[in-house]
Design a binder for this molecule. Structure first.
Ligand code: SF4
Length: 454
């Protein structure tokens, strides 16, 4: 995999800190709660269906690259205690919602949801069913750690109606695994896939990460061969986000040195070539799916969505986050729960929702959230259609953004058409940079506390 001189010049030009745009404005704009009612107002009146996200933060060991909010322990009793508090939060949250709102999506993330014992999972399933109404075709999914997955876990998730799973592999090379403190022999991946298929999981995603220490295009090619042999339905290929000022354990990875931006881009290009040659369709910025997968249909029909959990197919859902650090997203607000377990518990003890920070979106924020989402999902913008939907003249309203986009256009990252703009294949690798042009909160010179875009 060789990058051209032009590719390298583009990396030098565009590799800068920037948000991932899983929300707009990005989560660092959320602020301590002053007016809790404003954060809940649209949630209380809405009849939109719900997407529940349940954060289960426990992990037995810490992977040094991890950017998630986790608690490291081997004590299952702590998960039992956590469930007691989660039960209170579920009760309080359900009371804020109008009766009859359907749950159309449920996602268990973490941490490691299969840290919980099968009995604890059954209890969690009962709690959710008691307080929420699930649509018959609700899409229920879970993030799993194959290193600690038993048949009983998979059966417990299946009893809860979960039929989609995602598991982290990250990299199959033993030297990389040692460097990131996540040793996961191939037999564990094979066993996890077999268990999931035997229990009727119709959609299985594998996560890989590029940009980790000791990775090279040669080693990553072997990783791709190994994971392709598992025949997953989807892949999520994440750009490693190095943010040691937020996640101090990531500093350990610097011992081995991190791959250069050129190597990272070569790794991403290798993924794109290898996975598309194997028949997967490239979705948005970092996902791949089989041609018959609904993500592909959603991309073609321009109904793809992007949220905190990545790309998704269901539009118009209000995200309701439960558990420490979980983020909720309503039509006009974000709410993020307390990250500290003790503070989370004291809010619940006082019968208050454990919200730490939030953000109420202005009309302009909602408009920009939509334009960034459509750009990152559809890889094109039709100015007149978009303008008509929001009652604006797109070209006038976004004149400064369009001016900023002239340079990426000159560099071949987008093309302007009669009706709008289209992201080119090369531009896809710099999608975050293109989205930055529509971000009203980012000064052009910002070197901010974000991970780098490449
Ligand atoms: S990567 Fe997954 S298993 Fe590893 S520490 Fe993070 S949440 Fe836990």
């Amino acid at each position: 995999m060789r990058l051209t001189r032009e590719d390298i010049a583009l990396i030098e030009k565009y590799n800068r800190p920037g948000p991932r745009y899983t929300s707009y404005p990005p989560a660092n704009h959320f602020a301590p709660v002053e007016d809790a009612d404003a954060l809940w107002a649209s949630t209380r009146t809405s009849t939109d269906p719900l997407s529940l996200y349940v954060h289960l933060p426990f992990c037995e060991t810490l992977c040094w690259f991890c950017g998630c909010h986790t608690l490291t322990t081997t004590d299952r009793g702590r998960a039992g205690d956590y469930l007691d508090w989660l039960a209170r939060e579920i009760e309080i949250t359900a009371r804020e919602l109008r009766p009859g709102r359907m749950v159309e999506q449920l996602h268990f993330g973490g941490g490691t949801p299969n840290f919980l014992t099968p009995e604890q999972l059954d209890r969690l399933g009962d709690l959710l069913k008691t307080h929420f109404t699930f649509a018959p075709d609700a899409e229920c999914s879970v993030e799993l750690d194959p290193r600690r997955l038993s048949p009983e876990h998979v059966e417990a998730f299946a009893r809860m109606g979960v039929s989609r799973a995602s598991f982290g592999v990250q990299d199959c090379d033993p030297a990389v695994q040692e460097a990131i403190h996540r040793v996961q022999p191939p037999e564990q991946n094979t066993a996890a896939m077999r268990l999931l298929r035997e229990n009727g999981f119709g959609s299985v995603n594998i996560d890989l990460i590029y940009g980790l220490p000791r990775q090279s295009p040669e080693s990553f090619a072997r990783t791709l061969d190994e994971v392709l042999a598992l025949v997953p339905d989807r892949f999520a290929i994440f750009n490693y986000a190095h943010v040691p000022w937020m996640k101090p354990a990531q500093k350990i990875l610097e011992r081995h040195g991190l791959p250069s931006p050129e190597t990272k881009l070569a790794l991403l290009q290798l993924c794109i070539e290898t996975l598309t040659a194997a028949g997967y369709v490239y979705i948005g910025m970092d996902h791949f799916a089989r041609p018959d997968d609904e993500l592909v249909r959603a991309q073609n029909e321009k109904t793809l969505q992007r949220n905190f959990q990545g790309y998704s197919t269901r539009a118009g859902l209000e995200i309701c986050g439960l558990g420490i650090s979980a983020i909720s997203q309503s039509a006009d607000a974000y709410r993020q729960n307390e990250k500290d377990l003790t503070v989370y518990k004291s809010a619940l003890e006082a019968a208050r929702p454990p919200v730490a920070r939030g953000y109420v979106l202005t009309d302009e924020d909602q408009l920009r959230r939509d334009v960034i989402m459509r750009l990152m999902c559809d890889l094109e913008l039709d100015f007149d259609t978009f303008g008509a939907r929001w009652g604006i003249d797109f070209r006038t309203h976004f004149a400064p953004a369009l001016e900023q986009l002239q340079e990426p256009a000159d560099d071949g990252l987008i093309t302007f058409t009669n009706s709008g703009l289209q992201v080119t294949e090369r531009g896809r690798l710099f999608l975050r940079n293109l989205a930055l042009c529509f971000d009203a909160y980012l000064e052009p010179a910002t070197t901010g506390r974000y991970s780098r875009t490449v």
